[in-house]
Design a protein around this ligand. Structure first.
Ligand code: ZN
Length: 323
């Protein structure tokens, strides 16, 4: 690959965007716009990771490593240069159009009582949680106008799946969660299909960056399950957005030795539990220890907490989880 192509790629993927996508946050800013925060490459307790967003370079005073966005991906994913390049090309973050859409949906959330009522009904009350998950609401009938005003042509909106062929907002009466490269929309009305994604790829595990450093990780199916656990104080949790993992999500779970607690839905048709069993076998084949969490019949982690379950009770379920 020529130097020009490499430089172009690096320009398209600023180091800071790639760090932010992994939930890195600076602890403070130095003069000249440089940022300092905890190092994602070693177990860091006082911020020693320096980022120069202008030059897209990093250096860590703790582990002594530094370089550009590709070097970062090499160390972080423990891969060689060509794979790091491939990963970066595959991942380019939420495109600006989807970022604008997500921002618009966030503005709508507090203007629509029915959206807040739905969140409450699903046990989501904490403003910090809503902020952390960047939850938004798609009322329908107004996104197209907003994005057009921002200068996006209609064909681009159609191609992203935000607007239907007929020209209407695709997401209507849906709670929206921004993902790595997609927007998930949960219908608040029972007459529409509950789960929807835009045509883009589902992406990796949800907030994997926060969970991956824990020796024990809880994996749930849905974002409302994730939200309930996070609100109950569990930080070592991630979500696969459905009970079938894609290759990337599976690889993420196997990226270092750990125990994975599979807290999938205990639905009456047994699909969640079957998927969990199947996944636990695949994980064990890769040397990852897996435990199956048994929720009360008919429950998922969200409904467990909504119906009065607390962190101590969930902790007991984790302790009782069988291999
Ligand atoms: Zn470091």
């Amino acid at each position: 690959m020529s130097r020009d192509v490499l430089d172009q790629l690096k320009q398209q993927i600023p180091l800071l965007d790639s760090l932010r996508a992994q939930d890195w946050r600076p602890s403070w800013q130095l003069t000249g716009g440089r940022l300092v925060g905890l190092c994602p490459l070693h177990s860091d307790h006082k911020p020693s990771f320096l980022v120069d967003p202008g030059k897209s370079l990093f250096y860590c005073y703790g582990c002594g490593r530094g370089g550009d966005v590709i070097r970062f991906a090499e160390i972080y994913h423990q891969v060689k240069f060509p794979q790091a390049l491939a990963l970066l090309q595959q991942w380019r973050g939420l495109p600006p159009l989807l970022q604008h859409a997500a921002g618009f949906y966030r503005m709508q959330l507090h203007r629509h009582g029915e959206a807040i009522a739905y969140l409450h009904q699903r046990g989501i009350r904490s403003p910090e949680l809503i902020e952390h998950l960047q939850v938004g609401y798609a009322p329908g009938g107004c996104l197209r106008g907003w994005l057009t005003q921002l200068g996006y042509p209609l064909p681009a909106l159609r191609q992203a799946g935000l607007v239907s062929v007929a020209g209407y907002d695709a997401y209507m009466h849906r709670i929206v969660f921004p993902l790595e490269c997609n927007l998930y929309g949960r219908s608040i009305s029972t007459s529409a299909p509950p789960h929807r994604f835009l045509p883009a790829a589902k992406g990796g595990l949800y907030y994997w960056e926060q969970a991956r450093s824990y020796p024990e990780v809880i994996l749930v199916e849905g974002l409302f399950d994730y939200a309930a656990l996070w609100q109950a104080g569990f930080q070592n949790v991630s979500c696969s957005l459905g009970n079938r993992l894609n290759t990337r999500q599976f690889r993420q779970l196997c990226d270092r030795p750990r125990t994975v607690y599979l807290a999938f839905d205990a639905d009456s048709n047994g699909s969640g539990q079957r998927a969990a069993q199947c996944l636990s076998r695949s994980l064990r084949e890769r040397g990852i220890s897996a435990r199956l969490v048994s929720l009360p019949e008919g429950h998922d982690p969200n409904s467990f907490f909504v119906q009065g379950g607390d962190a101590t009770q969930f902790q007991s379920l984790l302790e009782a989880a069988r291999p």
